[in-house]
Ligand binder design. Structure first.
Ligand SMILES: Nc1ncnc2c1ncn2[C@@H]1O[C@H](COP(=O)(O)OP(=O)(O)OP(=O)(O)O)[C@@H](O)[C@H]1O
Length: 226
């Protein structure tokens, strides 16, 4: 799986920022409301115009239509199509892939099973619980076998027990597939459960979190946080 590289990416909300994710790395984006976290994901997904350049591995993504990017995007509002069943929602992104109908059906069935939502395949989103809707949206983000996952507060509206279950399931799934991921969350505990590293957006500016402040390695120097 390739990594993600952002070079001087910005727009009216985001100051130009650089960010690199190693292949298979998951990075959590924390930050206050309105800081630009969703904006960052939408730019990488190809849904917003921007300055700078986005690469997946060595492949430029900038200028490529969203459905032609090997990216799975789960938005904050899920955006499941209400008139389609769960399975129908997963079939839709596969229409552009060149897979045969039989291959698409097999892929949808496998992904629903992986996300433990196969028992709701024929239901419409309005008839699902919040957790089931989030599983369905996650399955849709995964169904094309994306090289990069973008998740915007993926498990925000769930009770603590279900959230923790989904954290474990998702983390196992992502690591097994070696998928690179950028995950927006307000919850430091979720960031720790799902990501290898955390960055913070404040007022459109990106700050890399230091896991080991410089003051830890020197008795004479102190970092600004001390
Ligand atoms: N379509 C839009 N048009 C104009 N401004 C927008 C649009 N979407 C978001 N904004 C503004 O851009 C800024 C960043 O919004 P964004 O949704 O990226 O923040 P966020 O960090 O994800 O916030 P939250 O944590 O509340 O979801 C906000 O000031 C918001 O009002």
């Amino acid at each position: 799986m390739p990594g993600l590289r952002l070079e001087s990416v910005g727009n009216a909300v985001l100051a130009p920022l650089d960010l690199t994710l190693a292949p298979g790395e998951a990075v959590a984006v924390l930050g206050p409301s309105g800081a630009g976290k969703s904006t960052l994901l939408r730019i990488v997904a190809g849904l917003l115009p921007h300055r700078g350049r986005v690469f997946l591995g060595n492949e430029p993504m900038t200028g490529r239509a969203p459905h032609r990017r090997p990216i799975g995007y789960m938005s904050q509002d899920l955006h499941l199509f209400p008139h389609l069943s769960v399975a129908g929602n997963l079939h839709l992104p596969l229409l552009f892939t060149g897979l045969s109908r039989a291959e698409r059906t097999a892929r949808v069935a496998q992904t629903l099973k992986t996300c433990a939502i196969a028992h709701r395949a024929t239901r419409r989103p309005a008839h699902l619980s919040g957790g089931e809707r989030q599983r369905a949206a996650l399955a849709r983000a995964l169904v094309r076998g994306p090289r990069l996952l973008l998740l915007d507060e993926p498990f925000s509206s769930l009770d603590p027990t279900t959230r923790r279950t989904l954290w474990r399931e998702f983390d196992t799934l992502r690591r097994a597939a070696g998928m690179t991921a950028l995950i927006v969350t307000h919850d430091p505990e979720e960031a720790a459960a799902l990501a290898d590293r955390t960055v913070t957006l404040r007022a459109g500016e990106l700050h890399e979190e230091r896991t080991t402040p410089p003051c830890f390695s020197s008795t004479t120097r102190r970092c600004a946080a001390c």
